[in-house]
Write a protein that binds this ligand. Structure first.
Ligand code: HEM
Length: 442
């Protein structure tokens, strides 16, 4: 397809658009579709191409050999999480994905759903009527429990489970700062922030190593993602190497905890702002669950909860900006793209494209009713990416989020405290700032 092209205005001579990307990246992204279908901005002196038209985004994501994992996001993420499935280059991808797929086979979902329901019970067990909690922390506490159970069946020490949310917080903040920093020198200085980052990273690596050692010492005793990774073999009989295993554990951990935690935090904020949706959600939860936690078999009936989650990840996709690198000279939208060019795509930007969504900034779960969304081009809704690099856990993630949302709505109302103002915090993931709520038992 031949498309319009523009350079984003107001680049600073040395820094480019670092100020806009650092201070108000979401506002900045809103302006890009109006400029052209393909827009060039700059991070430092390096040009970055961003497709804004859904058809172009789709084409770009489907060409995963040409537009491979690279650019500042992956450079920084690899120093933290290694070369696992989400970070590896195209040439290693097929092998890794094949060995990771068995763990995400839908036949295991019922077992994972049980771990999700148990985690909701464990975290909300001490909740009492009238208590105040940070909804964002509560969601991360639940998704951390789910991650530890589904990944490694409680092989992670309780004390480590408790520190994980803080570790993820530090790593998420610091990594984004490093992605948009125009000069690499800052991250080498012995500042407190850099030391905290290095400590958090080694702690996370130690936890990953210890669960792998635990599972190796107890073969065949667990039914979780790690056991399925340990058992998986490719057609040549090869399994994952020790290094690959550690990298995959790190990827799955970070993939599981913060993404779903952020999506749920946004969902609770959005329903608190839309009481009519909250009422309807509670009615659905009452009818289907009568006050108990949701289970796997309830999912077909939790239709509104599923739509609320879909609409939440449309408006606030946790993965909001990702880079790629051109592996050879090519073209995109009729424009020449030299080898080594950096490109990026933003689910956040396309999900709010006014040309494709009516009232794109309004929260409307019913836009996902049958018959109302099928006209959307495929590249207009990409919270989980697209093409061969699409999220391996797309179905599992929506299942988890729907079970947690419905289970909480069946028993609790989370009312934001008066004056609590929530703002988006775009780091490696797009999270809401803290959301203090009062719990009302239903
Ligand atoms: C709401 C929750 C989630 C969202 C929004 C999300 C989003 C995404 C996106 C956008 C990608 C593609 C990244 C790219 O194009 O570079 C991705 C890939 C990936 N995600 Fe998720 N994710 C979620 C949950 C999860 C969970 C729960 C896990 C693990 C249990 C996970 C594991 C992965 C992995 C391993 C990949 C790499 C897939 C590959 O390249 O083959 N994600 N995710």
């Amino acid at each position: 397809m031949v498309c319009t092209f523009a350079k984003a205005p107001h680049a600073l001579p040395l820094a480019g658009h670092v100020v806009q990307l650092g201070a108000r990246p979401l506002d900045f992204l809103h302006t890009l579709p109006e400029l052209a279908d393909l827009v060039e901005l700059r991070v430092g002196r390096a040009p970055v191409l961003i497709p804004t038209h859904p058809d172009l985004v789709w084409q770009f994501l489907r060409e995963s050999r040409t537009f491979d994992k690279g650019g500042p996001v992956f450079e920084k993420v690899r120093t933290l999480l290694g070369n696992g499935l989400a970070n590896c280059m195209h040439e290693d991808h097929k092998h890794q994905r094949r060995l990771m797929n068995p763990g995400f086979n839908p036949r295991h979902f019922e077992g994972y759903a049980q771990a999700i329901s148990d985690s909701v019970d464990e975290v909300t067990g001490p909740w009492r009527h009238g208590m105040q909690v940070q909804a964002t922390d509560a969601m991360i506490a639940i998704t951390t429990r789910v991650a530890t159970k589904t990944l490694a069946s409680d092989a992670i020490a309780e004390q480590d489970v408790r520190t994980l949310p803080e570790l993820f917080g530090i790593l998420n903040r610091t990594t984004y700062r490093r992605v948009v920093a125009p000069f690499g020198v800052m991250e080498k200085l012995p500042t407190r922030a850099n030391q905290r980052y290095l400590q958090a990273r080694s702690r996370l690596w130690r936890i990953a190593d210890s669960v792998i050692a635990h599972h190796r010492a107890h073969p065949g005793q667990h039914e979780d993602l790690l056991s399925r990774m340990l058992e998986a073999r490719d057609p040549q009989g090869e399994g994952l190497t020790e290094q690959e295993l550690r990298d995959e554990v790190l990827i799955l951990f970070t993939g599981e905890v913060e993404t779903i935690g952020s999506a749920l935090s946004w969902a609770f904020y959005m329903i608190a702002m839309h009481p009519e949706v909250e009422d309807a959600l509670q009615r659905e939860a009452d009818q289907v669950l009568s006050g108990r936690v949701a289970r796997f078999e309830d999912l077909p009936k939790l239709k509104l909860a599923a739509r609320v989650m879909t609409e939440s990840v449309r408006m606030w996709p946790p993965v909001w900006l990702i880079t790629r690198e051109a592996t050879h000279e090519t073209e995109l939208g009729g424009r020449n793209v030299p080898q080594g060019s950096i490109l990026a795509y933003s689910p956040y930007m396309v999900h709010r494209h006014p040309g494709y969504y009516e009232r794109p900034h309004s929260f409307d779960p019913d836009r996902w009713l049958p018959g109302r969304h099928e006209h959307l081009p495929r590249g207009a809704f990409i919270p989980f990416g697209a093409g061969s690099r699409i999220c391996i856990a797309e179905q599992f993630a929506m299942l988890e989020a729907t079970i947690i949302l419905a289970s909480l709505c069946a028993r609790w109302k989370l009312e934001p405290l008066a004056g609590a103002k929530v703002r988006p915090v775009p780091r490696m993931l797009l999270r809401p700032s803290s959301l203090p709520v009062r719990l009302t038992e239903r």
